[in-house]
Design a protein around this ligand. Structure first.
Ligand code: ZN
Length: 296
């Protein structure tokens, strides 16, 4: 891993899509993966990093991930505020975690979103597939406005992969962006499988970004391949594509995501931007001298 980013002359990686949540919630998620449930397309999905929290954060540090997130998300009303409390505490005891929060369409959403931002949240997670809500729901309108105004990115799982949800796909997101054109949405999984439609939204709205989570890996290419004809568009959006991994819930070793990006053949400058610089700029991370990498 260190060889990968050392070779690129980077001080490490920034991963905008890693999952940390209360243990019993995470164990429920893992159990769900074990049952090959419909939300994961009935796929065989062994969790590579099924470990205790302290081991998971230690692993990310060992990989050289300078900053990461705690993607957590409610599947029902009345849950987001509790998750945000946990995430604030996690961020306090995990200085390299970008303080993450979440939301759900419910009457108090604007209030707890503002509270989370005041408490230091720097990124939010919205899960349209699991939450089964319309992102253009009127209840969320003011929350999107708060994010747009504050320039706070929202990583949003809104594509119809690995399985479609009631409100997944580009159309509801297009409606949100029409009302909030400055909103910093980070389209998770590059919008899998509606890759090209979501690339189109990023080309149209200059604050929209995409994360690489699980995209281009052998696992994903098997069932939702990224269209080769769209590769030049990835080059064109090279300053708005961010490394995401889905650690720890991945059915392969972490380094495979990095190799999958390298195999696209978009060059070292593109890789540097995607694996570190774009997110470092977005989150205002202090630049560090690249570690000298002896013996490579
Ligand atoms: Zn994820």
């Amino acid at each position: 891993m260190r060889r990968f980013w050392g070779r690129l002359g980077l001080p490490g990686l920034v991963d905008v899509h890693t999952h940390f949540m209360p243990e019993r919630v995470l164990h429920k998620v893992w159990n769900y993966f074990d049952t090959h449930g419909p939300l994961i397309g009935g796929l065989e999905w062994p969790i590579t990093y099924r470990k205790e929290e302290a081991e998971r954060t230690a692993l990310l540090r060992e990989f050289g991930v300078r900053a990461f997130t705690a993607m957590l998300y409610p599947h029902k009303p009345g849950m987001a505020r509790w998750l945000n409390g946990w995430a604030a505490d996690f961020a306090r005891r995990t200085p390299d975690c970008l303080h993450t929060a979440t939301l759900y369409p419910e009457p108090d959403v604007e209030t707890y979103v503002r509270e989370a931002i005041e408490a230091g949240a720097r990124v939010f997670k919205s899960h349209v597939q699991v939450g089964a809500y319309d992102p253009a729901d009127e209840l969320l309108h003011r929350a999107w406005g708060v994010f747009a105004e504050a320039g706070i990115p929202v990583v949003i799982h809104c594509g119809s992969g690995p399985a479609p949800g009631k409100h997944t796909g580009p159309e509801p997101i297009a409606r949100v962006l029409a009302r909030h054109p400055r909103l910093r949405l980070v389209i998770a999984h590059m919008g899998m499988p509606e890759y090209e439609e979501f690339l189109g939204l990023a080309e149209r709205y200059e604050q929209v970004r995409l994360d690489t989570t699980m995209t281009f890996t052998d696992f994903t290419e098997e069932f939702m391949p990224f269209p080769r004809r769209a590769l030049p568009r990835l080059a064109g959006l090279g300053d708005r594509i961010l490394l995401g991994s889905d650690f720890p819930n991945i059915p392969y070793p972490y380094v495979h995501q990095l190799h999958a990006l390298e195999t696209l053949g978009l060059g070292q400058e593109w890789l540097r931007a995607v694996c570190h610089d774009n997110a470092a700029r977005l989150f205002g991370l202090a630049s560090e001298e690249p570690q000298t990498d002896s013996g490579r």
